[in-house]
Each structure stands twice: as C-alpha cells, then as structure tokens.
Ligand binder design. Structure first.
Ligand SMILES: Cc1cc2nc3c(=O)[nH]c(=O)nc-3n(C[C@H](O)[C@H](O)[C@H](O)COP(=O)(O)OP(=O)(O)OC[C@H]3O[C@@H](n4cnc5c(N)ncnc54)[C@H](O)[C@@H]3O)c2cc1C
Ligand code: FES
Length: 385
C-alpha cells in the first residue's frame, strides 16, 4: 500500500489536511488559539477553588483532618507533596495560610488537609475551633516544589518529618501504597510526645502491607514505657537505619527541626542536591537571624506608605504582608514563604530585611521588588501595590 493510502486511513487525516490548507492560505489566528489553550490551563489550574468541608476527623488533641470536596467542578490534579493556600476571613481580616495536601493524588474526589494547633496562632485556631461540615472555603490550586522528580531523586527516598510536617509525606506514602510503586521509602518521624503523633495507625498499617516502606518514630520526651527511638533525628540514627547509599532526603517540619537536622545530614556528607527542604513560612524570631540590623529592635514600628492608597503602621518583626492584611490590603499570596514570587511588590523607598532563602530574582533586586510575605520593614518605607 502506498504511503498516501496508509495516511488516509489514519483517523483525522482529512481534517488535518483541510486545516493545513486553510492555514497556508490565511495564516494562523494566534489570539483565537491562545484562548483555547488558556481555557484548558484554567480548567486544570483554576486561580481559585471553591471547596466544601465534607468530613472532619480528630487526629490528636491538637490536630484535625479536613476533607475538602469541590463546590464548582473537578479538583485539579496535584503531585504528592504539594500544598493549597487556604483563604479565609478571621477576626474580620482577610488572610490565607498554606496547608500541604495529605491525601494521595490517586484520590480525585477530595483533598485532605491536616491542621495542627499553634498556640496563639491566628488561623489554625479558627480552622480547628470553628470549621464544620458543609462550610465553604476558598483555596488556591495545588502548588509548590516539594515533590518527587524521577529525573533527580532516584528510587530511595528518606523522609524526615516533624509534627504537622508529616502531611506532605502522608500523601507520598499513600500514593506509593495506592499505586504499589516500586520505590524504597523510609520515614523518620520526630515528635515531642507519642500522643502528638498524627496518622500513626495508618502509617503502621502501610508499613505492614508494603515491605518497601519502613519507619522510625523518634520521640524526644517519651514515657518510660516507650520502646522506640528516643531523642532527635541525628546523624547516628540516620546512618544506622538506612542501608546503602544514594538516598534522597526530603525534610519538612518546624523551624527548630531544620536547624537541628540539616547539619546532621551535612555530617553524613549528603550533598545539597540530595536534600530537598519544604518551605516553612515566616520565621518566628526574625531578630535572631543573620544580618538583622542591630539598630532595629523587636518593638520598633515603622510607617508604610502605600502609594495612592493609605499609610499604615507596621511592626518591624512582622512580615509586611501581615501588616497590610490587617489594614485591609490583601495582596496575592500562595506560599507565604518567599518562594513563589506571587506577592512581589515594588519598594519605592526605604529598607526591608529579607532573610536568606527568599527567592528573589536578579531582576527583583535590580528593580527594587520585594516579597512582602518574608520582608520586614526596618525603616519607614513606601511601596506600590
Ligand atoms: C508549604 C506549607 C505547608 C504547610 N502545611 C501545613 C500542614 O499541613 N499542617 C499545619 O498544621 N500547618 C501547615 N503549615 C503552616 C500553616 O500554613 C500555618 O502557618 C500554621 O497553621 C499556623 O498559622 P496560624 O495563623 O495559626 O499561626 P501564626 O503562625 O501565629 O500566624 C502566622 C502569622 O499570623 C500573624 N498574626 C497574628 N495575629 C494576627 C492578626 N490579628 N492579623 C493578622 N495576622 C496575625 C502572626 O504574627 C504570625 O506571623 C504549612 C506551611 C507552609 C508554608
Ligand atoms: S506569597 Fe509566595 S513569595 Fe510571597
């Protein structure tokens, strides 16, 4: 059979030839096609999700899981390890907080997030104390870079979790179990006391059913009867528990855990490219960070002029985004950790402190853009929103 005859048997051949003839004659209508592409992108990555709380499960005395179903169509797909940013009004203030999705990406009917109470926390307490089944929440589409990449991460993954930092790993572990992935996983899960351990029974069940998944619970203030690992997740424990080399480490937990565990990985000569660290939000004690100006004290308050809008007072130790939200000036936000660039804002005058780790582009530095979610005023400033 001649090549042309074969081609004519291919479904859609005639339509393609016809489209080509039209395109050769009239050219390509880019704006019309762009609209089509945008429609597909919007359906896969909507700007805002309308979510309904379908179920609430108490995990520990200080943590609850919320199942969120879609109120306006299918939920966008995500990669295990990603988060959504939840938007809500708390105490009359429009704000948001990111929460990792703990459910498996194979579960397309709902996202599960698990929130742990932060003493004096602004949003976690509202979610834990006030949210009930049937309530609606707005959220971003899933986002974030804390996920597995087969090109770089190999087949042996070690997870280091602290407290509510278990959530992205729960998604990865559940996905491994659901898809029966041929991946070797080991979880080190650090907790102050056993009662605070989230998802314990499910983790145990998965470890029993899947020999490629093992885990160690590491408790720093255990009861005398506790028979597992005591203390912190250190180089000695990691070296003892992981057979062979070539592990990629994923780390997610509170600030103090990063400060302790990352040097332990360095001790084991794990190269930086084999360590992936989740962002953790704004630091708690910013004045102790390297490079914080000595003349700016914890109690200092500065004037922030928002060009063409209003002038507000902002505490030096609070991220500028929080002060703006408090004044009713909510700006776009996703990670609230200096990573995603969504909140980038022009600094017209004055100075802010931005800790290491804020992902400013070279052009941001050159043209004076800041990330208010991780920028602290250290003088009177003027910004353009
Ligand atoms: C990628 C990512 C994933 C995360 N995943 C999880 C998760 O799975 N589970 C989980 O529990 N947590 C998770 N977190 C942390 C979560 O986003 C919140 O930081 C946490 O719930 C604490 O929020 P909070 O508002 O209760 O507490 P706070 O940390 O106290 O609040 C944050 C900020 O709000 C400010 N604030 C206080 N009062 C006010 C006010 N009146 N008006 C405005 N602002 C005020 C505080 O100054 C503080 O800087 C994640 C964070 C990130 C970055
Ligand atoms: S919200 Fe992501 S960089 Fe500010």
């Amino acid at each position: 059979m001649a090549r042309k005859e074969i081609m004519q048997k291919v479904a859609g051949y005639d339509e393609i030839i016809r489209d080509n003839t039209i395109l050769e004659k009239y050219g390509f209508d880019y704006p019309a096609r762009k609209g089509e592409v945008q429609k597909i992108i919007d359906s896969l990555h909507p700007q805002r999700l309308d979510l309904i709380v379908s179920e609430i499960r108490e995990q520990t005395a200080s943590a609850k899981s919320f199942r969120l179903v879609s109120g306006n169509g299918a939920l966008p797909p995500f990669q295990s390890g990603q988060y959504i940013n939840v938007f809500l009004e708390a105490g009359g203030i429009r704000t948001s907080r990111p929460y990792s999705i703990a459910s498996s990406p194979t579960q397309t009917g709902y996202y599960e997030i698990t929130v742990r109470r932060v003493e004096d926390g602004f949003v976690s307490n509202v979610l834990l104390d006030e949210l009930k089944p049937g309530d609606r929440l707005q959220a971003s589409s899933p986002a974030g870079n804390f996920h597995y990449n087969p090109l770089f991460h190999g087949n042996r993954l070690a997870f280091i979790a602290g407290g509510s930092g278990i959530t992205p790993f729960m998604s990865m572990i559940r996905e491994m179990a659901d898809r029966n992935l041929d991946r070797r996983l080991h979880l080190f899960y650090g907790s102050r006391v056993e009662e605070d351990v989230i998802y314990r029974q499910e983790i145990e069940r998965i470890a029993e059913a899947h020999k490629n998944f093992t885990w160690d619970l590491v408790v720093s203030e255990p009861d005398p009867s506790f028979s597992g690992c005591r203390g912190f997740i250190d180089a000695n424990l990691i070296g003892k528990k992981l057979e062979g080399t070539d592990w990629t480490f994923f780390v997610c937990g509170p600030e103090a855990m990063y400060q302790f565990c990352l040097p332990q990985l360095e001790k084991l000569s794990i190269p930086a490219r084999k360590t992936k660290v989740e962002v953790m939000g704004a630091p708690k004690n910013i004045v102790s960070y390297p490079g914080w100006p000595e003349n700016v004290k914890a109690g200092d308050v500065f004037q922030v002029a928002v060009k063409g809008k209003k002038s507000i007072r902002a505490a030096a130790v609070e991220p500028l985004m929080i002060s703006l939200e408090r004044a009713g000036l909510a700006i776009p936000a996703l990670c609230r950790s200096g990573e995603c660039s969504l909140c980038r804002t022009k600094l017209l005058s004055g100075n802010v402190y931005q800790p290491n780790g804020v992902k400013l582009r070279k052009s941001d530095r050159t043209f004076g853009y800041i990330h208010p979610c991780m920028a602290y005023p250290i003088s009177d400033i003027e910004i353009l929103l």
